[in-house]
Unconditional design. Structure first.
Length: 532
């Protein structure tokens, strides 16, 4: 069964995928929605959105993710961060999955990973669920129909939620497995219906392949000035730091909200859509993202809804706090049609400092930028997890450790080279607490954060006076029009100055201890920038 040019069984046979039932090749959105509803995979919601549940797994399974330990990658994978799988175990897993798939219906999507045709990857995604085909069609980039005539996949993803792995036979941890084989150019996903595994597997893959081409893969959002792609900014940040919110400025063009590359040609989005959190989403704060939840073919995951009216409950986290929607980028009115930008003029690293120590904005040298990039700091606050009674630091190197197959310094050095070559200005922006730590102080005013970012992006911040921070050595503006000067010096916002000094010393020590793991691998200028 096809919308395309040839029998898909013939297309898949050379990959060993044979004996399937019906194969639905490159179905468009209406057909995918129709099949998903017909098969009972979910319901049609208001506006034609597709409402579904991911079942047992409502998020990624990072402990069940593996890289096959083949000779070609033996010396380049960061094995401390990536669990190895033996090649023979992968071969057994692959053979058993193919046998399990026989007689079952599958959906095939041929897609691009990367907006830049020079650096994109041609990916074939074979999915058991029709809505997974819809999801990945949103999240990756869709070839024109004519381009499919010449499409030859470089990599293939096989996603089979109904298959349960055998840890003893397949060399994995549980019945759930996500594994990448760089020699076979295959990604296998089993026993999880969480669609984000498809997206993040491709990101992990690009994070390995692109550095060899001199391309910096980035877990960041990006935008550019309207009508001027040369004026591009990228926003690194972990969950809760404002990466999506702050990049979605109405006066700038959104390139993408999550994954990008920086090549010698400029910057480019890896994806063709967005995968946005919907918990507590409201029409006033984020009207465009809210509107997508009522648009045709948007995938709405794990949201509670009224079974009669189909009204979505954006505040109900009884299924999971990780409720999400997936939609094509063109559902956002100010999104880039090309997914391309220039060389970033500004590199912004977002952190949510619940210790109340970091200033709302600081200018970084290239060496300091590498230090904070490798650190990837944010913080958990009391109440976010059982047993957390005071702020706790979280260091996720490169702002995305779960998706980094190479050692962190590979990405750090590449970013440092790009910054130096293209003259980007780097900023550290704290969207966390001021006037005290979490529980005593208050959240950094979003109005002040937006004003400081606007001044950084339009260049006016470069003309103000800066002071050197005594704790981290970076430069902090002394006064910025429209921003309370007291906010710019966090020590001034604390009633107890001695308490601030103690908290600052504690955070500096946390940074130093975490950064010790990188010291043997980095240049002297970054070591010097580490503290002060």
């Amino acid at each position: 069964m096809t919308n395309g040019r040839v029998n898909p069984a013939q297309e898949l046979a050379h990959q060993g995928i044979t004996g399937l039932g019906n194969v639905y090749y490159n179905y468009l959105e209406p057909a995918l929605v129709e099949e998903a509803v017909k098969r009972g995979e979910g319901r049609l919601g208001k506006g034609g959105a597709f409402l579904c549940s991911t079942g047992q797994f409502t998020g990624r399974s990072p402990k069940d993710k593996f890289v096959v330990r083949t000779p070609s990658v033996e010396n380049t994978i960061w094995w401390e961060n990536n669990a190895p799988m033996a090649p023979d175990a992968f071969d057994r897993l692959h053979a058993d999955m193919l046998e399990h798939m026989k007689g079952r219906d599958y959906f095939v999507q041929d897609l691009y990973a990367g907006a830049d045709p020079v650096h994109r990857l041609d990916v074939r995604v074979v999915t058991e669920l029709a809505w997974h085909g819809l999801f990945i069609r949103h999240l990756l980039r869709r070839p024109d129909r004519a381009e499919l005539d010449q499409f030859v996949p470089e990599w293939t993803i096989i996603n089979c939620p109904s298959f349960k792995a055998d840890p003893a036979r397949h060399g994995c941890r549980t019945e759930t497995v996500i594994t990448l084989n760089f020699e076979r150019k295959l990604i296998l996903i089993a026993n999880t219906a969480y669609a984000g595994e498809n997206k993040k597997s491709v990101f992990t893959l690009l994070n390995y392949l692109l550095p060899e081409k001199g391309v910096m893969p980035m877990h960041c959002s990006a935008n550019h000035a309207v009508g001027n792609p040369v004026d591009t900014a990228v926003f690194f940040g972990l969950s809760g730091t404002g990466k999506t919110t702050l990049s979605a400025a109405p006066d700038r063009t959104l390139i993408g909200d999550d994954e990008h590359g920086w090549s010698d040609r400029g910057s480019f989005n890896f994806e063709g859509g967005c995968y946005a959190k919907t918990i507590n989403l409201n029409a006033e704060a984020e009207p465009e993202i809210y509107a997508t939840t009522h648009k045709f073919a948007t995938v709405v995951e794990n949201m509670v809804y009224d079974p009669e009216t189909l009204d979505l409950d954006f505040d109900d986290d009884s299924l999971t706090a990780n409720t999400r929607c997936a939609y094509p980028l063109d559902y956002i009115s100010n999104a880039s049609a090309t997914g391309l930008g220039g060389h970033p003029k500004n590199v912004i690293m977002l952190t949510c400092d619940a210790f109340g120590v970091l200033p709302p904005i600081a200018r970084l040298t290239p060496a300091q930028a590498m230090y904070h990039f490798l650190s990837g700091f944010t913080s958990k606050v009391a109440g976010t997890e059982r047993g957390v009674t005071e702020p706790q630091p979280t260091f996720s190197t490169c702002f995305g450790a779960p998706f980094m197959p190479r050692r962190p310094e590979v990405y750090g050095k590449l970013l440092q080279q790009k910054i130096a070559k293209h003259g980007a200005t780097c900023w550290l922006v704290n969207t966390g607490w001021t006037g005290g730590a979490y529980g005593t102080g208050k959240r950094m005013p979003i109005k002040a954060t937006r004003a400081l970012l606007s001044a950084a992006l339009d260049g006016s911040l470069a003309s103000v006076d800066f002071r050197r921070d005594p704790n981290f050595g970076f430069e902090v503006p002394v006064a910025v029009p429209g921003v309370d000067a007291q906010l710019l010096n966090p020590r001034d916002t604390w009633a107890d100055k001695a308490a601030y000094d103690a908290q600052a010393a504690k955070l500096v020590d946390m940074f130093s201890k975490n950064f010790g793991q990188y010291v043997p691998f980095i240049d002297e200028d970054v070591k010097a920038a580490a503290i002060g």
